[in-house]
Design a protein around this ligand. Structure first.
Ligand code: NAG
Ligand code: NAG
Ligand code: NAG
Ligand code: NAG
Ligand code: NAG
Ligand code: NAG
Ligand code: NAG
Ligand code: NAG
Ligand code: NAG
Length: 464
C-alpha cells in the first residue's frame, strides 16, 4: 500500500514536471511598464507595401513603416501591426515609442541572403565580433539608443531561418560574426513578450547597455545541435526581468554577460539587478542559467527562482578565465529542479576563449558570494564541478538544501573554491563543508535557514 502510494506520488511528480508548457502559476514579479498595449495610433505593415507570401522581401516596407512611426513619438507612440502571413525581411531598425505587434500566425522570416544583414561595428565591450575579428552582421530586429519599445503579440513568430548561418558557420564560410535575432543597444524601457522565436542565426535576444528590460512569456526554440543559439543574454545591462520563458536551444538558455577581457574591463559597464523567474528549458550542450564567460565589466545582484532544467549538460554555470578581470558577486539562485542533467552546478575558471592573444593574465576575475539554495535533481550525473583559479579562489560559495540523485561515484570535484554549506546531499566537498552560520558571508543566507522562510529575508521579494 505504502509502496503503491509512493509510486503514485512519483508518477504525479513526473507528470507535473511538464516538458512542454509553461507553468504559469502565481503572480508576476516583473514590474509592469505602462507602455505597450494601448498605443493611440496603429498602422499595418501592408500599408507600406509588404506582401506576406514568404517570398517577397519586405525590408523596405519595415524601414518605411519605422520612418513613418517616428512622427508619433511625441503623441504616445504607435503600433505596427503584423497580420497573419509570412513576412520575409532583412535586418531592420526599430524607433522609439513603438509596439511591434505580431498577430497569431504572423511570422517574420529572416532573409537567407547574408547581404540583407548589413555589417556593423563590433561592440566596444567586445572589441571585435564574438566569433570572428572585425564587424558583425546586424541583428534581424535591431535598435540603438531607443526608449519605450515593445515587441509583442498574440504568440506570433520570429523565425531567423538560421540553418543557412549554421551551415556557413560549420563550413567556415562566414566573413563576419553571425547576427542575433533581436539586439537592442543603449536602450531603456523595453518589453519583449508573448512571442515565439525560432531558429536564430546566433543568440536570440541580446539587450546590451540597456536598462529596464522585461522579457516575459516567450518561447525560444532552435535545434539542440544548432551552434550558439543562446536564448536570452542580458549583457552590460541593468534592471532586467525575465519571466515565464520556455527555451530549448543549442547553447545557454540564459547567459548573463558584461564584455570580453580588456575591452569589457575598459568599457566597465556591469550587468546588475537581473531577475529570472520561472524558466523551463533544455540545452544539450550548455547550461540552463550561465554567468559569463564574458563578465569583464562585472556581474552582480542576480536573482533566479523557480527554474526547471531537463535533458541538459549543465544546470547552473559560472564561466570565466584568466584575463577576464571583472567580478561575479551577489548571486542568489533558489528553487531549481533538474532532471537528466549531467552537471548540476559548474564553476569553471579555465573557460579560455579570448578576443586576442594580448590578454593580461594578471587580470583575475573575482568570483564571490554565490548562493545556491533549494535544488532537487533526478538522474544527475555529477553534482558539482567547482573549479576556481589558482591564486584566485572563488569565495563564499554557499550551497544549502540541495538534494540530488546522482549516478556518478564521485559527485563533487572542487579546487580553488571556498564557502559554506548546509543540508547538501550527496555530501559536498571539503572546501565547502563549513556550516552556514550568521557570519558566513553567504549572500542572503545565514543561520536558522529552516525556521525563517527565505523570501522574507529579501526585501525586494517580500511579495513572493
Ligand atoms: C540618443 O537619443 C537622445 C534622445 O533620446 C539624443 O539626444 C541623442 O543624441 C541620441 N544619441 C545618439 C548617439 O544617437
Ligand atoms: C502568454 O502568451 C500567450 C500568447 O502568446 C497568451 O495567450 C497568454 O495569456 C500569455 N500568458 C501570460 C501569463 O501573459
Ligand atoms: C506559442 O507557439 C509556440 C510554437 O507554435 C508553442 O510551442 C507555444 O506553446 C505557444 N505558446 C502559447 C502560450 O500559446
Ligand atoms: C564571404 O565572402 C565571399 C567572398 O566575397 C562570398 O562569396 C561569400 O558569400 C561570403 N559569405 C557570406 C556568408 O556572406
Ligand atoms: C501577454 O498576453 C496576455 C494575454 O493577452 C496579456 O494579458 C499580457 O498583458 C501580455 N503580456 C505582456 C507583457 O505583454
Ligand atoms: C547531445 O550531445 C551529445 C554530445 O555532444 C551528442 O552526441 C548528441 O547527439 C546530442 N543530442 C542531440 C539531441 O542533439
Ligand atoms: C531592479 O530591477 C527592477 C526591474 O526589473 C526594478 O523594478 C527595481 O527597482 C530594481 N531594483 C533596484 C534596487 O534598482
Ligand atoms: C524549493 O523549490 C521548489 C521548486 O521550485 C518549490 O516548490 C519550493 O517551494 C521551494 N522551497 C522553499 C523552502 O523555498
Ligand atoms: C539520465 O540522463 C542521461 C543524460 O544525462 C540520459 O541519457 C539518460 O537516458 C537518463 N536516464 C533515464 C533513466 O532517464
Amino acid at each position: 500500500m505504502a509502496r503503491t502510494s509512493a509510486i503514485v506520488i512519483l508518477l504525479l511528480a513526473l507528470a507535473s514536471f511538464s516538458q512542454n508548457e509553461l507553468v504559469v502559476s502565481g503572480h508576476s514579479i516583473c514590474q509592469k511598464t505602462s507602455s505597450g498595449a494601448d498605443r493611440p495610433h496603429s498602422v499595418t505593415i501592408t500599408e507600406f507595401g509588404a506582401v506576406g507570401d514568404g517570398v517577397t522581401l519586405n525590408t523596405k516596407a519595415f524601414i518605411n513603416a519605422m520612418y513613418y512611426l517616428t512622427s508619433f513619438a511625441d503623441k504616445g507612440g504607435a503600433k505596427l501591426f503584423i497580420p497573419a502571413g509570412k513576412w520575409l525581411t532583412g535586418s531592420f531598425i526599430l524607433v522609439s515609442h513603438i509596439t511591434l505587434w505580431l498577430d497569431k500566425d504572423a511570422v517574420i522570416l529572416g532573409s537567407m541572403i547574408s547581404d540583407n544583414w548589413p555589417v556593423i561595428d563590433p561592440l566596444p565591450s567586445y572589441g571585435r565580433g564574438r566569433e570572428l575579428p572585425g564587424g558583425r552582421h546586424r541583428s534581424l530586429i535591431h535598435g540603438s539608443n531607443l526608449t519605450d519599445v515593445v515587441i509583442t503579440g498574440d504568440n506570433g513568430t520570429i523565425d531567423g531561418q538560421g540553418i543557412i548561418w549554421w551551415n556557413w558557420f560549420h563550413s567556415g564560410m562566414l566573413n563576419y560574426t553571425r547576427p542575433h535575432m533581436v539586439e537592442l543597444i543603449d536602450s531603456k524601457d523595453v518589453v519583449i513578450s508573448n512571442l515565439t522565436f525560432l531558429n536564430s542565426p546566433f543568440w536570440n535576444i541580446h539587450p546590451v547597455y540597456c536598462s529596464q528590460v522585461v522579457v516575459q512569456n516567450v518561447t525560444i526554440i532552435a535545434p539542440l545541435d544548432s551552434p550558439n543559439t543562446d536564448g536570452i543574454n542580458p549583457d552590460s545591462s541593468d534592471n532586467v526581468c525575465i519571466e515565464d520563458c520556455y527555451i530549448r536551444t543549442g547553447d545557454d538558455l540564459i547567459a548573463i554577460k558584461s564584455g570580453w577581457d580588456r575591452y569589457g574591463i575598459d568599457f566597465a559597464r556591469p550587468s546588475t539587478n537581473i531577475t529570472i523567474h520561472r524558466l523551463i528549458g533544455e540545452t544539450n550542450v550548455s547550461a540552463g542559467i550561465a554567468i559569463g564567460s564574458e563578465m569583464s565589466g562585472g556581474v552582480s545582484e542576480i536573482f533566479a527562482k523557480d527554474i526547471q532544467i531537463f535533458n541538459s549538460k549543465r544546470g547552473i554555470a559560472v564561466k570565466t578565465s584568466l584575463g577576464r578581470g571583472g567580478y561575479v558577486r551577489a548571486v542568489y539562485i533558489s528553487g531549481v529542479t533538474l532532471k537528466n542533467v549531467q552537471v548540476a552546478i559548474e564553476f569553471n575558471g579555465q573557460y579560455g576563449e579570448h578576443p586576442d592573444e594580448t590578454y593580461d593574465p594578471q587580470a583575475l576575475p573575482k568570483i564571490l558570494e554565490v548562493t545556491i539554495h533549494n535544488v532537487t535533481g533526478d538522474n544527475v550525473t555529477v553534482a558539482g564541478h567547482l573549479e576556481g583559479i589558482k591564486g584566485d579562489d572563488f569565495l563564499n560559495i554557499c550551497l544549502s538544501d540541495i538534494n540530488l540523485r546522482v549516478t556518478s561515484g564521485s559527485p563533487w570535484r572542487c579546487s580553488y573554491v571556498g564557502g559554506f554549506s548546509d543540508f547538501v546531499s550527496p555530501d559536498t566537498c571539503r572546501p565547502l563543508k563549513r556550516k552556514i552560520y550568521p557570519e558566513s558571508n553567504c549572500y542572503l543566507l545565514s543561520n536558522n535557514l529552516r525556521s525563517v522562510s527565505i523570501p522574507n529575508r529579501i526585501p525586494r521579494w517580500k511579495s513572493w
